[in-house]
Design a binder for this molecule. Structure first.
Ligand code: SAM
Ligand code: SF4
Length: 333
């Protein structure tokens, strides 16, 4: 099939990476993601079915998507998660997931069968009590053991850690040291503003601060800067003789919009052309009415701003404060 350019935006960025949120539900309640009072879940019949997810994903693949990430909420709590993963694995894409790791052990064989090789697992503290504080649930041991299990089973594991000042920024080196004997990839993520997550600029631990901590603890010649791929959102490093690596995702202080190749599909079937975009385009209603969704996808992609949904300076970004965006749990990170 000839590939049209409906996924190319007005800045020439080709969107070949689709992130699909499978659910708004989660078995954790991370403070930076889920508002303290919870969220109003979409009615069940507004959530994409297994068939609808496949139909929409296939359209994207037909127009050039080569990578799909499943996310949420927690993608693995959806009852038909296994069925969806298996069906999507029939598409010619690199299929991957972001998960909180709580029940990932139950899916190992399925992942192998479906050719899933890389997984992102979220873990924000190596201290069980602090982990309970941030996730509002006590699953630290389970998640930690599941990360080790995935590594031992040969998966390429990326550990996502959202850093917050005065909370877990004293664990940067402990996290990096996790990559000493384990071939895993630690990724420090700057805390981002979303509805209800009490974001404040002074809670954020910046790229600069992370690197300064690294330089205070390791010799300059032992800190190796790794090459980043063109669409990478990370700045990657390795400590000499460590098996794994670490990286920094600095969406706030150093946005990486130039090479952005992502488009997001929420669990209720809306496209978001940027994580920070307040506008969405409904694909599910027209799909259910039997209409073509390709023109809607094209319009949404063409409407994408050059930088962070128009918040091109840090000042504009700070003023927005997340109030015009959904909670992260309903977007799918
Ligand atoms: N439940 C899965 C998990 O926790 O990995 C997938 C969904 S979660 C929304 C996806 C990623 O978004 C996680 O790595 C999480 O740490 C990150 N995330 C959520 N809220 C965030 C925020 N306010 N700032 C930065 N990253 C955030
Ligand atoms: Fe759930 Fe993931 Fe959000 Fe935590 S970050 S509440 S695990 S969706």
């Amino acid at each position: 099939m000839t590939k049209s350019n409906i996924l190319t935006d007005t800045f020439g960025r080709k969107h070949n990476y689709l992130r699909i949120s499978l659910t708004e539900r989660c078995n954790l309640r991370c403070t930076y993601c889920m508002p303290a009072d919870g969220i109003q879940l979409s009615p069940k019949d507004h959530i994409m079915t297994y068939e609808e997810i496949f139909t929409i994903a296939k359209q994207f693949v037909d127009h050039g998507v080569t990578k799909i990430r499943l996310t949420g909420g927690e993608p693995l709590v959806r009852k038909d998660a296994a069925q969806i993963i298996e069906k999507l694995s029939s598409l010619p894409v690199q299929l991957t997931l972001t998960t909180n790791g709580v029940i990932v052990d139950k899916f190992i064989e399925l992942f192998k069968k479906c050719g899933i090789k890389t997984l992102n697992v979220s873990l924000d503290s190596l201290d069980s009590q602090k982990n309970k504080e941030i996730t509002r649930r006590q699953y630290f041991k389970k998640v930690y053991n599941n990360i080790i299990l995935l590594v031992n089973q040969g998966f390429n594991v990326k550990v996502n850690c959202v850093l917050m000042k005065g909370f877990n920024d004293n664990e940067i080196i402990d996290f990096i040291n996790l990559s000493k004997d384990l071939p895993l990839h630690v990724r420090f993520i700057e805390f981002m503003p979303f509805d209800g997550n009490q974001w404040k600029m002074d809670k954020l631990v910046s790229l600069k601060e992370i690197l300064s901590e690294v330089h205070s603890n390791f010799k300059k010649e032992d800190i190796i800067k790794l090459e980043d791929a063109p669409n990478d959102t990370t700045k990657s490093y390795q400590i000499k003789n460590y098996q794994g690596t670490f990286a920094i995702i600095s969406s706030v202080t150093n946005p990486f919009c130039d090479g952005c190749n992502r488009v997001r599909l929420t669990a209720n079937g809306q496209i978001k052309n940027c994580l920070f975009s307040s506008s969405e385009s409904d694909l599910l209603t027209p799909l259910r009415k039997g209409k073509s969704i390709a023109p809607i996808i094209e319009k949404a992609v063409k409407a994408k701003f050059k930088i962070r949904s128009g918040m091109d300076t840090l000042d504009k970004f700070k003023r927005i404060d997340g109030h015009n965006n959904r909670s992260m749990i309903t977007i799918g990170g």
